[in-house]
Write a protein that binds this ligand. Sequence first.
Ligand SMILES: [Zn+2]
Length: 411
Amino acid sequence: VATPEIDGQRLWRSLMEMAEVGALPGGGCCRLALSDADRDGRDLFVRWCREAGCEVAVDRVGNIFARRPGSDAGAAAVATGSHLDTQPHGGRFDGAFGVLAGLEVMRSLEEAAVCTVAPLEVVVWTNEEGTRFRPLVGSGVFAGELTVAEADELTASAGVRFADELARIGYRGELAPGERRLAAFVEAHIEQGPLLEAAGVPIGVVTGVQGIRWLRVELTGRDAHAGTTPMALRRDAVAGMAAMVTGLEEIARAGDAELRLTVGRVEVSPNSGGTIAGQVRFNVDLRHPETATLERTEGEIRQLLQRLAGARSLGLGVRRVLARPPVAFDPELVDQVRAAARRLGHGTREIVSGAGHDAMNIAGVAPSAMIFVPCRDGISHNEAEYASPEDLAAGAEVLLHTLLAKAGMGP
Ligand SMILES: [Zn+2]
């Protein structure tokens, strides 16, 4: 039995070959979930897994499980993986890196003829990005966040059903989601932010995923003529909204460095150049790694909105429409990631994920962790997304050693 070694060049070649599926002129990828390109990417992955000696199974929402058996046939699998779907102007590494780093682990073990005690699996989770349907569907069903029937009835913007699209591309499988237990799940991913690059280290030890809340705010004033209504007599919902957005930004800037607050969507009614707007709806997106901070900041936000609406005689409605609590990854598994990086001599930085990931769902049903690698200028969800072959190889090495530590070396 030889020592398994990650082949960084082979990993890079596989990433570049996968990137040709749904390739865009600007160097990025478009593989929308359950599209023809998604199918072609899946087909390529399945072929590579079979060539690497894995058995492939698919569940009812199209999650793909590529298994390398262990010496203990009854043991739950130690799993890795991510997603192959992309944003409409997606990059070559978001999702694909985690899937193909898992494949590279399988290839290196096969080459070195290593047998683990627990089986290893590489999982492709269906529809992470949510461009066509809601985000995180495959891992959500696996973790019991939604049912197969609920997933089936999701519709893409064109009015096309999830179930029909899944059958059309040939990935409606037989397994009941969640039927196969996982002993652990470790997801490798590009950071999609600037912190690792700034720290000059190749490995992010991800301790959790920040929480997110959405508030939907509705302001009611009075439609009126822009030319005849004196300023003092107006109940202008747009002017009220503007004051609120400015105040919200001040709250966010006064908070700690990990607080994120965004007003990214505004609807104005009647949205006409000559009319003072009687109604505005906008969305507040609030994120932080700690529930206490989310709670306190939401309180400050509500007070500010009430004060400003009162001062301008505007009706105010505030509804919390989304609340995902922060996720803390399994401390023992996070330790194993840290220890693997240290043994390999790779510099690390602790990091809380700013973006949602499949591992956040899986953390609800199995000990989970993530490994981040830097991406240039922190750019992602962009065709220009780039990660260096060296950093990607380092991430795959840490993944290999974390999975081996968890699965155990066989006879
Ligand atoms: Zn991703």
